[in-house]
Design a protein around this ligand. Structure first.
Ligand SMILES: [Zn+2]
Length: 167
């Protein structure tokens, strides 16, 4: 009987996950919208030393040229190239900002007011030499990098089913 109970609990969990409504730019009220929908292929790894290597964001797999949407309302504080590579930063107020790295296009300009779900940029390959194209997505709170997953709402099986295959 206990095994049956566990099975029922598992099925219920899967059912809840699969039936949670989600669409591009839409999540539960608990969190930000995902800037792109995809599996996280590399997690956040804050080094102890601010100058040490680590991973100051998460990598979300996405085909090159995927539309990135603003995860929350904000104002564009940076959009443009640095050293020939394209970046975007959105200031969300309250000390929070989000950063998008190695893009193929910025769709907004510095000073633009953006709303949650609005297209703001197109993804590029991501980290040089990475095996799978992705968006590097970072979040800063009061100037310090924090784990973006703490701000993103749940992503569901239904969202993964709709993902385009990665080339
Ligand atoms: Zn990264």
């Amino acid at each position: 009987m206990r095994a049956t109970g566990r099975l029922l609990a598992s099925l219920l969990a899967i059912f809840c996950l699969a039936t949670t409504p989600i669409a591009r730019g839409v999540t539960s009220s608990a969190g930000w919208a995902w800037p792109v929908l995809g599996p996280v292929i590399r997690g956040f790894d804050l080094p102890d030393d601010p100058y040490a290597s680590g991973h100051r964001g998460i990598d979300i797999a996405a085909s090159v040229g995927t539309v990135i949407v603003a995860p929350a309302d904000g104002t564009v504080s940076f959009a443009g190239p640095v050293g020939g590579l394209l970046f975007l930063t959105i200031n969300h107020g309250g000390g929070l900002s989000s950063t998008y790295s190695w893009l193929t296009a910025d769709l907004v300009r510095k000073g633009d007011v953006v709303t949650r779900g609005q297209p703001v940029a197109l993804t590029g390959w991501g980290h040089a030499g990475a095996p799978v194209p992705h968006l590097h997505f970072g979040v800063k709170l009061d100037g310090a990098y924090v784990d973006p997953l703490a701000y993103l709402g749940p992503i569901t099986l239904a969202a993964f089913v709709r993902l385009a295959p990665i080339p």
